[in-house]
Design a protein around this ligand. Structure first.
Ligand SMILES: C[S@@+](CC[C@H](N)C(=O)[O-])C[C@H]1O[C@@H](n2cnc3c(N)ncnc32)[C@H](O)[C@@H]1O
Length: 218
């Protein structure tokens, strides 16, 4: 953790705890409001990396409506949002993070928030057949996944986020929804196009300028 992050950690952790309690205590089935999302985004900060308000709201709505396991590729504000909304709901929430420094920071925040229901894994990127993706630990037991938040690995790695479908296909339920941020970028659009060669799917770009997308199987 760099010194600035360490300095502000107690304040940030306390603010996040308050926002997460607010999110967790919503009546069953209620999606987070615009104010909930704004408070989370302000408490989290991390400008330049964190998801925007519209995408966060979208992720929150799906986390409430979906029923099975949740997989997240790349951790951040969405981890806290989904973590708060799935707490005490008996759902598996697996988060893959390749960056060890970032993983350590997230681990510290999740420990402070007592989010022990989140399986946050440090999963370095390794070579697969023509792309790089997270190294999935052997023996990881994964329930049928109904929601994926696909925001990693970074596009600077060969294949970027492409590896999700070929690597995790057998774990994705028939009605699984894949949410992807940054789909105004060509790289993310190409990934969705490439996925159609693995599996028949429909992608719906949403948000102003189509900045995020919802992908479902046909
Ligand atoms: C684009 S971020 C988005 C993650 C998440 N969906 C969110 O809402 O914040 C995904 C990746 O960026 C990297 N990352 C996020 N914040 C970072 C930071 N402040 N410094 C370095 N890397 C960061 C992490 O490795 C993470 O897996």
């Amino acid at each position: 953790m760099n010194w600035l992050r360490a300095l502000f950690f107690p304040l940030k952790a306390m603010l996040l705890a308050k926002v997460c309690v607010r999110l967790r205590d919503k009546p069953m089935g209620n999606s987070p409001s615009g104010i909930d999302i704004l408070l989370l985004a302000l408490a989290w900060g991390n400008l330049g990396y964190a998801a925007g308000l519209s995408y966060l709201r979208h992720v929150g709505g799906h986390a409430i409506r979906s029923k099975g396991a949740v997989l997240e590729c790349g951790s951040g504000a969405t981890t806290l949002l989904v973590g708060a909304l799935t707490r005490d709901r008996g759902r598996q929430f697996i988060v893959l993070e390749h960056n060890k420094t970032w993983y350590d920071y997230l681990r510290k925040i999740l420990d402070y928030l007592e989010f022990s229901h989140i399986t946050l894994l440090h999963t370095p990127l390794v070579d697969y057949d023509g792309y790089r993706w997270y190294l999935i630990p052997q023996g990881l037991v994964v329930d049928k996944i109904s929601l994926v938040i696909c925001d990693g690995p970074p596009s600077s790695n060969p294949g970027g986020r492409y590896g999700l479908l070929p690597t995790m296909m057998e774990h994705l339920g028939e009605k699984c929804v894949i949410l992807m941020d940054d789909t105004h970028r060509r790289a993310e659009q190409h990934i969705i196009d490439a996925w159609t060669e693995c599996r028949c799917l429909k992608a719906n770009r949403i948000g102003r300028f189509g900045t995020h997308a919802e992908v479902v199987f046909c």
